[in-house]
Design a protein around this ligand. Sequence first.
Ligand SMILES: [Zn+2]
Length: 294
Amino acid sequence: MGLFSKEECAFCGNKVGFFSRKKLINNEGYVCKECEKKCSALINVSHFTRDELKKHMEYMEKENKLYEEAFVPIDKKNKQRFVTISTGIECADEIAMFRYVSPQADKKVYKELFRYDQIKSYEEYYKENTNASNGKKYSEVGLTIHLNCSRPQFGESAGSVVGAGSRNYHPYVHEIQVPTARDTDSFSHVGLKDHLDKVFGVYEDNSFVGGIKSSIVGTNKERQERKVAGEGFKALGNLAKAKITGNEEDAEKAKDSLNTLKNDAADLVTHNRASLTRTANEVEDRILGNEKLV
Ligand SMILES: [Zn+2]
């Protein structure tokens, strides 16, 4: 009960004290420090049920196999490392995946990889400097990488989440923050953003519309153009119908088509996505065979 009582770990059965355990949700028991090492550094184990965490550990074991057999053998000069303040990512373009590097991640039993095609967007972040004495504008700057994720945010209802079972949706992680500089006056990405831009085929103009414009010049432009145009007409059609009928179902349909349109337009900006998916799928299939990751 109290601070000094020992509780059993729900995974290995060892009796562990207060400081060596974390509580699972729904009063489903505890996970010990050692078993937590089998989990990702980017999740909060206290937000998991026992079954969910067990599944997560199995997932991490498979991820580790991928890491060992697909990532490790790649020559260092063919990997791109963006780690400035001991935390960052290391990219392996040839397998369309990257790994997360941090002091916490280094202590884990299993390493994990992230697929490029799980990246939804990325953007600069900055923390305004509140310590006036050093005169710098920002206390920290960096890049936030948002992932498509099929797990609801903690406290969010499961119904609002899509993508379960799709390989281009990460099953656990919503975002990864990569600090690139501290106590600085300017943004400095140390090439990380440029690299991702290159991976996703975002050239020249970085605005949304600019991205669409420049990608239309790209290789599979016609197919993409037609698809977006088609979705656009569908969205407009549904919208008009919803207006005329005042029908809620029609309004829902209109909303859906607008969302599809938005997604397709975003895909235009990142027109390499299909080939990134193909590459990552091939690697996973080669190493994990019929074993599914989730
Ligand atoms: Zn344990």
